[in-house]
Design a protein around this ligand. Structure first.
Ligand code: BGC
Length: 380
């Protein structure tokens, strides 16, 4: 009982407090707490602090479903925040990097911001050269999600939903989307996505955390070792639009089937690395059946942290923060320079609505879209 109260007090004080090691709790202890974060579009925005029994904590806001911080123990059990982000809501409103956000309706790019479905052409909002990126001008990263407050606070679960109206950003159909974040006692951040529509539409939901396993703001990610469980990737053109080809990774700097440091080949003379300004491509995952399968494994030697990514999705965008330029002032006043975070965005392939040979992203009335991705942490 004496150790129970500090945990409760910490959770009540919530958002700005990060206290490690409240692991002495009962199943009835609060695992989710809420603190105000501001207002957007006349709606209240909160930060929800989820805490598991193994020393991990996630702070997630219902604005954009953004993971603001993710605190994970290193090999000496010292907690550290390993995702890039901001301290204030206003910085998220003006930021351009999609730090920690849920991305939709369509993650990554749709070429020329248009597609044809059932013989009808749809024109989308342009926000990336001639293309649309990450849902358009106001994607799922920029809306206030509804929170299911009835989920018991004894569970480290945050249940979000959003109704995207027919025609929003040019996409057809009223789309109901839900995203459930769960922090498990096995040190997993689990994300369950679901969606349904009342008109045929296209959909590609993902999560956009920038990870730095040495700690957010602690240098670049070039010495992180990465394994990607993929024999192929989807090459891009100068606008970073997939060409439709699936190319074997063998013999190229895209081959991460055995672990390699991010920086070991990123400067190689290679057309795809030049077009992507580094790694900014979709890998075609080697899948075993329908369920969760290992997509990626990342290790960082100074902290000993290990992150595995498991997903039901067919692809993963491995993006090495090539557009970060140090101008954004992040948490604790730290700035995030070039390649100081890496993203592993599980997804369908970019521009699938215009690439009939890629797995379909079409969702029709009566169908239920669902997918799961797990970011699992350990140390070595
Ligand atoms: C894309 C990048 C983009 C970044 C931030 C990534 O998912 O692949 O091209 O710059 O998101 O917008």
């Amino acid at each position: 009982m004496t150790q129970f109260f500090p945990c409760i007090l910490t959770l009540i004080a919530a958002a700005s407090l990060t206290v490690a090691g409240c692991s002495t709790s009962t199943p009835e202890s609060p695992r989710r707490a809420r603190a105000p974060f501001g207002h957007v579009d006349g709606k209240d925005v909160f930060i929800y602090t989820l805490r598991n029994a193994s020393g991990m904590e996630a702070r997630i806001t219902n604005y954009g479903g953004i993971v603001v911080s993710l605190t994970v123990p290193d090999r000496s059990k010292k907690p550290g925040d390993i995702v890039l982000g901001y301290d204030s809501l206003s910085s998220y409103l003006t930021g351009k990097s999609y730090f920690g956000a849920i991305v939709g309706r369509y993650g990554n790019r749709i070429g020329k911001a248009r597609f044809t479905l059932d013989g009808k052409e749809y024109t989308l909002n342009v926000n990336d050269g001639a293309n649309t990126l990450h849902g358009g001008l106001k994607g799922f990263d920029k809306v206030v999600w509804d929170v299911d407050e009835s989920t018991p606070a004894t569970q480290p679960v945050l249940s979000l939903s959003h109704l995207s109206n027919d025609g929003e950003e040019g996409y057809p159909g009223n789309l109901k989307a839900s995203v459930v974040y769960t922090l498990t006692d096995s040190n997993e951040l689990r994300i369950d996505y679901a969606a349904s529509t009342d008109k045929p539409t296209v959909l590609n939901l993902t999560h956009h955390s920038y990870f730095n396993l040495a700690g957010a703001g602690n240098g670049d990610i070039l010495s992180h070792q990465v394994m990607l469980n993929a024999d192929g990737f989807t090459p891009v053109d100068a606008g970073l639009i997939t060409t439709g080809e699936i190319r074997p990774v063998a013999g190229t700097p895209m081959d991460f089937r055995t672990p390699a440091a991010v920086g070991s080949r990123i400067g190689a003379s290679d057309e795809q690395l030049r077009l992507g300004r580094g790694y900014d491509h979709n890998w075609v995952l080697n899948r075993t059946g329908e369920g969760l399968s290992l997509a990626a494994r990342v290790t960082e030697s100074t902290s000993g942290r290990v992150m595995e990514v498991w997903t039901t999705q067919p692809g993963v965008q491995f993006y090495t923060g090539n557009f970060l330029d140090g101008t954004a002032v992040g948490k604790g006043g730290k700035t995030y320079a070039y390649r100081t975070g890496l993203c592993l965005e599980t997804q369908h392939f970019p521009d699938s609505p215009n690439k009939p040979s890629f797995p379909t992203t079409v969702l029709r009335p009566g169908e239920k879209f669902s997918s799961t991705t797990i970011y699992k942490f350990s140390t070595q």
